[in-house]
Design a protein around this ligand. Structure first.
Ligand code: LIP
Length: 268
């Protein structure tokens, strides 16, 4: 990467340090799978410990910044112009089940604009980073969004409502529409990595509802800096508000229409 800001250097260092702990925890989990209560408690402790470590590491070098984090919520700092948005383990259910697809996600906002991003999968050692105006990168490789223009050649990723979360009827209608028009739909279980995969051109598009800002903040910048288009599911700019659609400029309007029509039909 040609330009790495001091903030991004600090963020990648914190993610690597936290990643080492998560790898140890992930190894330990194998011994705990026999008891049902064991793994869930263990993962929630790992989640909190990782969050604390990230906040401590980042606070040490950026003491005044505000934080929005999954467990502790908003941690106000005197500097209201900078905000870290952090998910210590995005893909917690994968982590809990021993599926090596989860990530540490750290986004940095300056005056409400996402300016730096890190999504780190410690198992595969894939470090995705983006800097506003300087591109998105996977380790040392520049990321570019896929160039496909036809839905019938495209693979989309999504998230599936579970355990009473989300609107099942709307999701089923959207999935039906996507199944009928695309080359396939995937559900990998970690929004930050779904967005990173869109930025890397692995997925041609990704949509999901019921998300939190910390799931997507870093991934949004990755997609933008890889040349992608990202909106909420109404086509608007509220991308941290819980629903998201990411793709390239050709497919985005097609997918948006498809999903809008499907959601409308589910509600009528
Ligand atoms: C997860 C998201 C995923 C979604 C899950 C969950 P968590 O975040 O990354 O895309 O489908 O329901 O929200 O809870 O693992 O940080």
């Amino acid at each position: 990467m040609k330009y790495i800001s001091p903030a991004l250097t600090v963020m990648t260092a914190a993610a690597r340090k936290a990643g080492r702990g998560l790898i140890r925890d992930f190894g330990e989990l194998e011994n705990l799978q026999v008891s049902m209560k064991g793994p869930a408690d263990f993962v929630s402790t790992a989640d909190k410990r990782t969050e604390n470590l990230l906040v401590e590491e980042l606070k040490r070098v950026r003491p005044g910044y505000t934080f929005l984090v999954e467990e502790a919520g908003i941690v106000e700092g005197p500097d209201k112009t900078h905000r870290f948005i952090i998910d210590p383990i995005d893909g917690t259910t994968n982590f809990l089940h021993g599926i090596p697809h989860f990530a540490i996600s750290i986004g940095l906002e300056r005056e409400g604009q996402l300016v730096s991003a890190v999504v780190f999968n410690p198992v595969t050692d894939e470090m995705y980073v983006a800097e506003k105006g300087a591109g998105a990168w996977l380790n040392d490789k520049r990321l570019r969004i896929a160039a496909r223009r036809k839905l019938n050649e495209s693979i989309l990723a999504t998230g599936i409502p579970f355990l009473g979360h989300g609107d099942t009827a709307v999701f089923v209608a959207e999935l039906n529409a996507a199944m009928a028009t695309t080359a396939g739909v995937r559900r990998f279980g970690a929004a930050s990595l779904d967005l990173a995969y869109v930025a890397a051109g692995r997925f041609d598009g990704y949509w999901e509802r019921g998300l939190s800002a910390w799931d997507v903040a870093a991934g949004i910048l990755l997609v933008r800096e890889a040349g992608g288009v990202i909106t909420d599911l109404g086509g608007g700019a509220d991308v941290l508000g819980g629903q998201i659609l990411a793709s390239n400029e050709y497919l985005h309007p097609q997918i948006l229409k498809l999903l809008k029509d499907a959601a409308k039909s589910a509600k009528s």
